[in-house]
Design a protein around this ligand. Structure first.
Ligand code: MOS
Length: 740
């Protein structure tokens, strides 16, 4: 595997920086019409009346689609795939309003300006009823969700009470995290075109085949009649991992108008109808002996969902597997509010859960007067304590060790407020990172073309992660071709099926399929050459044959070689083609698959003003084999930067009177900019996972954000002596402390 791991530049980099990469809303269409989504202005109630006369009168208006005239869908529009692959959508089938900013109409016109003007002229009156918007009040009616994302709602092992009784010290604390909204640079965007019964969707999605299925089911048409195309995605992070209302609405509007229709969400519409990370309230109890041995953990997580669907932030997943504690209870509960349904947001459950658990571990270390890293090593889980299975591979101990060395952890004086530089308090904090290593069935096709290049493809997606690049490397490596002679295609539901690019599973799922298909095509190419008396390699023993730079070559006599183009030409000029579908075996029954890491953060806090700067972060990861050091590092950079944002800045502010988010724009929804980020030092241990797949590759999309919030909050505690248990850690919380 010569090409695997190499820090190749992105194969699509030039297209992106020159603007040649075509995103969903950029496909040219003759007779294109423009749609604008109209959303509700109340949080709960019914639509009393719609006066479309002024909107209809705007020049160029083609359609005002509301619940009064929208096409009736099978099962009232609720025929989706089961959530979360599909969602409970708002498809103008009735006059009910379940949250503010919920789709209530679609206006289509010849230009975007006309559609926007008409949308503003639409007069809708409502009969509002009392909405549930206050989490603290609604909490009393929390319910247990049914198998959130297929996981157990609650778990118990050993006896929590026994564990508490044998403890010398315990921590009992509640941690809260705010609602956050995904804000990829490219908002959700869809173009829909009908050719007779066939629907083509250009959509910004993390899953072309899931989207095709969901839309087909919603509209009541054959899955074979829907094709989803998505060659480039300007960021997804989970919000584009399932099919939301605007996609089906765009298809309905195209059908009604008889024209191709484009629908792009406005930035404020990203704050409601397309998911969010929910508010979480997590109660943690950690109990330990004097020497730091954990005897019991309790983790009760409550998060909000919408009124139309249960979606759970699975905060307890990390707690279940991370430490070797014999007695444990974990629970998830849901509080329905009149807000849009939450969804996956980068490391859903692990980002929020690791903040709570790894903050609580820090608090326990303080209570025990123990080094926080030593406390983690003391409770190191040699096997998965919940599943009672060995790890497929775990080098977390080395992550801690390498990270501590690089960071200079030994220079840390454990006493809070003890390290300073003039009026600046210096803090050092650390936390563990972890994310499950997922994998699903995936298909790929490899075609060696008469010109001696290869076309390799899979119905996967590149959501900015580097899929084009790493799959080119995997294909080139397996075929024995130069990477520049591989054209890798993706983002089209007509290609061999691959899973949603979510749950950090694309690399681990698609790479083995690409490798298999490429290997099979290579074998055909070799067989063709060996069987051909006109070939320079004719008669050479198969085990003496390799393919190098596109030439079938004798290993022992490298001068004997035959280029792919010549082999194909002599055989009649037909491309060589192989397809492959690979799926996980029974390895999940035998091993527990997780990636791990350790993150160390230094903060500098102004002693008077409480302003927090983050000069450096050191992180070390065990994520299996790294396919491309450069794109992998970029993934971690993005994850850590997001972690810093979640720790210090991000928060959607819900107006509990009206149910709108008051900062639904990028001016007031704060995320880090370059000036907020100091040095980020990232190391991969690069240990192939022996059991996950033929390449030893685990996914890396999500682990980077995990642990960061806790490491940062722990560093702020170390700097200031103030324990902030409520994200984001803003200066007001540091200045007006609840001292511990
Ligand atoms: Mo990821 S939040 O599963 O796209």
């Amino acid at each position: 595997m010569n090409l695997i791991g190499q820090p190749f530049d992105r194969t699509d980099g030039l297209l992106k920086v020159t603007g040649e990469a075509r995103y969903a809303a950029e496909f040219p269409e003759a007779r294109l019409a423009h749609a604008v989504l109209v959303t509700s202005t109340i949080a709960r109630g019914t639509i009393a009346s719609i006066d479309a006369s002024r909107a209809q009168a705007v020049s160029g208006v083609l359609l005002v689609m509301t619940h009064e005239n929208a096409p009736r869908l099978p099962n009232g529009g609720k025929a989706q795939l089961a959530p979360p692959a599909g969602r409970r959508l708002s498809l103008l089938q009735d006059n009910e309003v379940h949250y503010n900013n919920e789709p209530v109409a679609v206006v289509v016109a010849d230009t975007l300006e006309h559609a926007t003007d008409a949308a503003r002229q639409l007069r809708i009156t409502y009969r509002a009823s009392a909405a549930t918007l206050d989490f603290a009040q609604a909490k009393a009616n929390a319910h247990a969700p049914d198998k959130p994302q297929g996981r157990q709602t609650d778990t118990q092992r050993g006896s929590f009470d026994d564990g508490m009784r044998s403890a010398a010290v315990h921590i009992d604390a509640t941690y809260t995290t705010p609602i956050e909204h995904h804000n990829p640079m490219e908002p959700h965007a869809t173009m829909a075109r009908w050719d007779g019964p066939q629907l083509t969707l250009y959509d910004s999605t993390q899953g072309v085949s899931g989207e095709a299925q969901a839309v087909a089911k919603t509209l009541g048409i054959s899955p074979g009649d829907v094709r989803v195309i998505s060659p480039f995605v300007g960021g997804g992070f989970g919000c584009k991992g399932s099919s939301w209302s605007h996609v089906s609405l765009c298809a309905m509007a195209a059908k009604q108008t008889g024209r191709p229709v484009r629908l792009v969400l406005e930035r404020p519409q990203m704050f409601g109808p397309v998911g969010a990370r929910p508010h979480t309230e997590q109660h943690l109890v950690l109990a330990a002996r004097r020497d730091g041995t954990l005897t019991a953990i309790r983790h009760d997580s409550i998060s909000n969902t919408s009124m139309i669907e249960d979606w759970t932030e699975t905060c307890c997943m990390v707690t279940r597997m991370l430490y070797a504690v014999p007695n444990q209870v974990t629970t998830h509960r849901l509080v329905p509010l009149n807000v849009g349904t939450p969804t996956f947001m980068r490391a859903p459950g692990e980002t929020t859960g690791s903040f709570a658990l790894e903050s609580a571990m820090d608090e326990l270390a303080v209570a025990l007067r123990m080094d926080p890293l030593a406390l983690r090593l003391k409770n190191y889980a040699e096997a998965d304590p919940q599943e009672n299975k060995p790890w497929s591979g775990k080098s977390l101990r080395e992550c801690y060790q390498v990270g501590a060395e690089k960071f200079g952890w030994s220079r840390r004086n454990p006493t809070p407020r003890s390290m300073r530089d003039g009026n600046t308090l210096i803090g050092m904090g650390m936390a563990t990172c972890t994310y499950p290593a997922n994998r699903s069935e995936a298909g790929a096709i490899a075609r060696i073309l008469p010109d001696g290049t290869a076309m390799v493809a899979s119905g996967t997606q590149d959501i900015g992660t580097g899929t084009y690049t790493v799959m080119t490397q995997v294909a080139a490596d397996a075929l024995g071709f130069a990477p520049e002679n591989i054209h890798f295609a993706l983002g089209d539901s007509s290609l061999p099926k691959a899973p949603v690019s979510g749950g950090s599973q694309s690399a681990a799922s698609v790479a083995p399929a690409v490798r298999d298909a490429a290997n099979a095509a290579r074998a055909q190419l070799i067989a063709l050459a060996l069987a051909d008396p006109a070939s320079p390699v004719h008669g050479i023993a198969p085990d003496d044959i390799t393919v190098e730079n596109g030439w079938v070559t004798s290993r022992s006599q490298p001068a004997k070689r035959d280029p792919a183009a010549a082999i194909i030409a002599r055989a009649g000029g037909k491309p060589i083609e192989a397809t492959s579908t690979v799926k996980p075996g029974d390895e999940k029954q035998k091993y527990s698959f997780h990636s791990f890491g350790a993150v160390f953060v230094e903060v500098r806090v102004d002693a008077d003003l409480g302003t927090i700067r983050v000069p450096r972060v050191v992180a070390v990861y065990d994520v299996g084999r790294v396919l491309n050091e450069k794109t992998a590092r970029s993934q971690m950079l993005g994850g850590i930067v997001w972690g810093v944002g979640a720790a210090l800045q991000e928060e959607s502010s819900l107006d509990t009177r009206y149910g709108r988010f008051t900062n639904a724009n990028l001016a007031e929804y704060h995320v880090p900019v370059n000036a907020d980020i100091g040095s980020l030092d990232i190391t991969f241990l690069d240990r192939p996972d022996p059991y996950i797949n033929s390449l030893g590759v685990r996914g890396i999309g999500e682990i980077g954000i995990t642990g960061v919030c806790a490491a940062l909050a722990n560093a702020v505690y170390h700097a200031t002596g103030v324990r902030v248990r409520d994200l984001p850690v803003t200066l007001d919380k540091v200045m007006q402390p609840t001292r511990v």
